[in-house]
Design a protein around this ligand. Structure first.
Ligand code: NDP
Length: 319
C-alpha cells in the first residue's frame, strides 16, 4: 500500500470503493458539500478524489496535488470538467459496465408504465382482487407502438436492441446520425416527438439537454403518448410534465430520474399515470460492484503508471 498517496472521498460512496482504496492508499473521508478544513500535510498528499454525486469545485481549486477525479457513474454532470481542465485534472467515469442493467431497467419501466403492473400488484396486496374483482383493464398497450429514443449511445443502443423483439417501430435522435444502425433517424427531438407515441430519454445531463422536454414536446407526443426518462431529470421541465399528465396531453410517464433528487414533485406522486423509481436503473449488487471496481481501478492505474481505463472525453490524458 502506497501511504504517500491519499484519496479524498467527499460524501457517501459504495463501500467496496472504500474497502479497496484502503488496501491501496490513504483514504480521507469528508462530508458531502462545500470544502471543509483539512490538515495541510494531508492536503498535500491528496492526489485523487473518488466521488459519487456532486463534487464541490472548491476541492479542485484547493488541493495542490490533485491529479484525478474518479466519478462513480457513467453520468458525470456532478463534476465540472471545465474546472478540471483548468487545473490539469483528469476525470474518469464508469461507462459500459452498466449498459445491460440500465437497458433492462428501461424496458421494465416502459412495461410497468404502459401496463400499470406496480399498481396492479398494490391492488392485489390491498386484497382488492378478492373484494372488488379483477384489476381494471389498462387503456394502454406496448403492442404497435412507435418508440423514439433520445440518445443512441452505449446505453441507448442496448435499449434499441431489447426493443426489437417487442415488434415496435424504433427511431432515434442524436446530434450526429449513426451510420451503423437501420433505425429511423429524426433530425430533432420535436420532429421525433411528432412522429412517435413513445419517447425514451437516455441522454446525459448537459447544458444542451437542460429542460429540453417542454410542454411543446409533450403536446407533439400526443394523447396516446408515453414518456420514459432514465437519462437525467434535468432534461425535463417537470411543471410542464405534471401539467401534461394532469390534463391528458400525454397518457403516462415512467421516470427513474428527477430534476432535484431526491425531491420528487408532489404533483407527480399523486398521478396514477406516473410510474416512479428512485434512480435505481443500475442499482443491482453485481452492477454496482463492477462500477465500484472501475472507480478504484482508474485511480490505482493512474497512481501506478499513469494509465486510466475510462477517462471522459473532455479531459485529455497526457500520462
Ligand atoms: P453515451 O455518451 O454513450 O451516449 C449519449 C448519447 O446521447 C449519444 O448518442 C449522444 O449522441 C446523445 N446526446 C448527447 N447530447 C445530446 C443532445 N444535446 N441532443 C441529442 N442527443 C444527445 O452515454 P451512455 O449511453 O453511457 O449514458 C447516457 C446517460 O444516461 C448518462 O450520461 C447518464 O446521465 C444516464 N444514465 C442514467 C442512469 C440511471 O441510473 N438512471 C444510469 C446510467 C446512465 P450525440 O453526441 O451524437 O448527440
Amino acid at each position: 500500500s502506497d501511504q504517500t498517496v491519499a484519496v479524498l472521498v467527499p460524501g457517501r460512496i459504495h463501500p467496496r470503493v472504500l474497502e479497496r482504496l484502503n488496501q491501496a492508499c490513504e483514504v480521507v473521508q469528508v462530508p458531502a458539500g462545500p470544502v471543509t478544513e483539512i490538515d495541510p500535510a494531508v492536503r498535500e498528499r491528496i492526489r485523487g478524489v473518488a466521488i459519487s454525486g456532486a463534487l464541490d469545485n472548491g476541492w479542485m481549486e484547493s488541493l495542490p496535488n490533485l491529479q484525478i477525479v474518479s466519478n462513480f457513474g457513467v453520468g458525470y454532470d456532478g463534476v465540472d470538467t471545465k474546472k478540471a481542465v483548468e487545473h490539469d485534472i483528469i476525470v474518469t467515469h464508469t461507462p459500459d459496465v452498466l449498459n445491460d442493467e440500465v437497458a433492462d431497467t428501461t424496458i421494465a419501466l416502459l412495461l410497468n408504465t404502459v401496463r400499470q403492473f406496480p399498481r396492479a400488484e398494490i391492488y392485489l396486496r390491498e386484497r382488492r382482487w378478492k373484494s372488488e374483482g379483477p384489476y381494471p383493464l389498462t387503456p394502454l398497450s406496448l403492442k404497435g407502438r412507435k418508440v423514439g429514443i433520445l440518445g443512441l449511445g452505449r446505453i441507448g443502443i442496448e435499449i434499441a436492441k431489447r426493443l426489437e423483439p417487442f415488434k415496435v417501430e424504433i427511431g432515434y435522435h442524436t446530434r450526429s446520425r449513426r451510420d451503423d444502425v437501420s433505425y429511423t433517424y429524426y433530425s430533432s427531438l420535436k420532429e421525433m416527438a411528432e412522429a412517435v407515441d413513445t419517447l425514451i430519454s437516455i441522454v446525459p445531463g448537459t447544458a444542451a439537454t437542460h429542460k429540453i422536454f417542454t410542454s411543446e414536446i409533450f403536446a407533439a407526443l400526443g394523447a396516446n403518448g408515453v414518456f420514459i426518462n432514465v437519462g437525467r431529470g434535468t432534461s425535463v421541465d417537470e411543471d410542464a410534465l405534471a401539467a401534461a399528465l394532469r390534463d391528458g396531453t400525454i397518457a403516462a410517464a415512467g421516470l427513474d430520474v428527477f430534476y432535484d433528487e431526491p425531491n420528487v414533485p408532489a404533483a407527480l406522486l399523486e398521478f396514477p399515470n406516473a410510474c416512479l423509481l428512485p434512480h435505481v436503473a443500475s442499482a443491482s449488487i453485481p452492477t454496482r460492484n463492477a462500477m465500484a471496481d472501475l472507480v478504484v481501478d482508474n485511480l490505482i492505474g493512474w497512481f501506478r503508471d499513469k494509465t486510466v481505463i475510462s477517462p471522459v472525453p473532455e479531459t485529455p490524458v497526457k500520462g
